[in-house]
Write a protein that binds this ligand. Structure first.
Ligand SMILES: Nc1ncnc2c1ncn2[C@@H]1O[C@H](COP(=O)(O)OP(=O)(O)OP(=O)(O)O)[C@@H](O)[C@H]1O
Ligand SMILES: [Mg+2]
Length: 411
């Protein structure tokens, strides 16, 4: 197993998660899945591991990453290309029967009409010619594969990025309506197709689609997608993972050192284990002969710093992506309080912080906003709740992120 910290991992480099894969596999029998979670928790990696399992079980599987799709047509185009590739391997006879239909659909994709942002009805009229609504064409495409005697898994990665940053941001006039239509297509049109149950969808992304649809009062549009999350590893799993990495790089950690490393990370998602292992290797290379145990604190500090310019900014940015500017500011203020100590902040202090920022709000309004933000921050993996004799505290799940956050908010 290689020490990879960043890109999706596959094959021997994919560690553990057997139970999660089994759960997803069982759920897929009857559900479409929505796998949301912060960056780097291993969504793409597990989706690919699941695809492999499903393929072995006789399913047809395709993956599309729609992060760069500017509009619905680009989405349909991407889906068509992926399905074309997959159906090409079906064998001559089946391919002959779908190939012609796919060609016809491809021609229809060319004339899909997409609303022109800000152009009003005039802009639409200018694009005369026979046009097709993207949803009709997309449904034809799905109906085509649903009609084959096969089960399908379609993995759509980064859908929230397409919906939020491309469509809602890119089209302030009708973007929200278009997103609603898109999600409605998923929920109603696709599921209404004959043979729809043969086609399963796994949608994933690092921006909270759940938060996004709540903000725009369209939570109903995703209620047929079964939400799944990736839990952190248990301590024994991480110890086993460190053993495997240690064997590969000749870096065996004593049990106490491994425990200290875990205590420094706190939130045992495999990415942070990989990152810590890689930093430890770096420190050992710079100080050959040093006992690994003497470098654990430095390793954790390194993780908090080295990730600074790429990963941790994402945690800040996704608040701004998902929430209205003022609300994102409130969330950052709460997290600023929670970052002050490893133990986190008491709920009374957090409420007082919000109240101070909202001088005109009633206590009830402050409380309601707190509960909303609290739940978003819980769901998105920023903090967890801890109960002790003195009451409830909210504390960062990932210790290196807390240190980063604290440093960023300290002048
Ligand atoms: N099962 C695993 N075994 C070992 N490492 C893993 C595993 N899952 C995730 N990782 C680690 O997490 C990193 C990111 O994985 P992946 O790209 O799958 O996450 P992601 O959630 O799709 O991220 P993004 O939101 O950035 O697309 C990998 O480079 C690896 O370090
Ligand atoms: Mg990914």
């Amino acid at each position: 197993m290689d020490n990879i910290a960043g890109p999706p991992v596959e094959g021997d480099n994919f560690f553990g998660r057997e139970a999660d894969i089994n759960t997803l596999r069982e759920l897929l029998e009857h559900h479409d899945l929505l796998l949301l979670g912060p960056r780097r928790i291993g969504k793409t990696s597990i989706a690919r591991a699941l695809m492999r399992v499903m393929r072995e079980a006789g399913w047809r599987v395709v993956e599309i990453n729609v992060a760069t799709c500017d509009d619905e047509r680009a989405f349909v185009e991407k889906l068509e290309t992926a399905l074309r590739q997959e159906t090409a391997s079906l064998g001559d006879k089946l391919w002959d029967s779908v190939g012609t239909s796919l060609n016809a659909i491809r021609a229809r994709i060319q004339v899909i009409r997409i609303p022109v942002p800000g152009a009003g009805s005039l802009g639409v009229e200018l694009r005369a010619a026979p046009t097709k609504d993207w949803a009709t064409v997309a449904s034809e495409l799905v109906a085509l594969i649903a009609g084959l005697d096969q089960r399908w898994l379609i993995y759509v990665d980064e859908l929230p990025i397409m919906l939020l940053t491309r469509i809602i941001r890119g089209d302030p006039t009708t973007g929200v309506e278009r997103v609603r239509r898109f999600l409605d297509w998923f929920r109603n049109d696709v599921r209404g197709l004959p043979g729809a149950a043969r086609v399963r969808w796994l949608v994933s992304g690092s921006i909270g689609l759940d938060t996004l649809v709540q903000q725009h009062a369209m939570a109903d549009t995703i209620n047929t997608l079964r939400q799944v999350t990736l839990p952190p590893f248990s301590e024994p799993e991480v110890i086993a993972m460190l053993d495997r990495l240690g064997a590969r790089y000749g870096l065996a950690l004593a049990a106490a050192d491994a425990t200290a490393l875990l205590a420094g990370i706190q939130w045992l998602q495999p990415y942070y284990v990989q990152l810590a292992f890689s930093e430890l290797r770096g420190l050992l290379a710079a100080q050959p002969g040093a006992a690994p145990g003497t470098l654990i604190d430095a390793t954790i500090e390194q993780v908090a710093q080295s990730a600074a310019y790429n990963d941790f900014h994402h945690w800040e940015k996704r608040l701004a992506d998902q929430l209205a500017p003022a609300t994102a500011g409130h969330a950052r203020a709460l997290l600023g309080q929670a970052a002050a100590t490893r133990e986190g902040a008491r709920v009374e202090l957090l409420l007082a912080t919000l109240a101070e920022r909202l001088p005109n709000a009633t206590a009830e309004e402050v409380q309601r906003l707190f509960v909303d933000l609290r739940d978003i921050l819980l769901r998105d993996g920023y903090w967890g709740a801890n109960e002790d004799a003195e009451g409830r505290r909210y504390r960062f799940l990932l210790e290196p992120l807390r240190r980063w956050w604290l440093r960023r908010n300290t002048p």
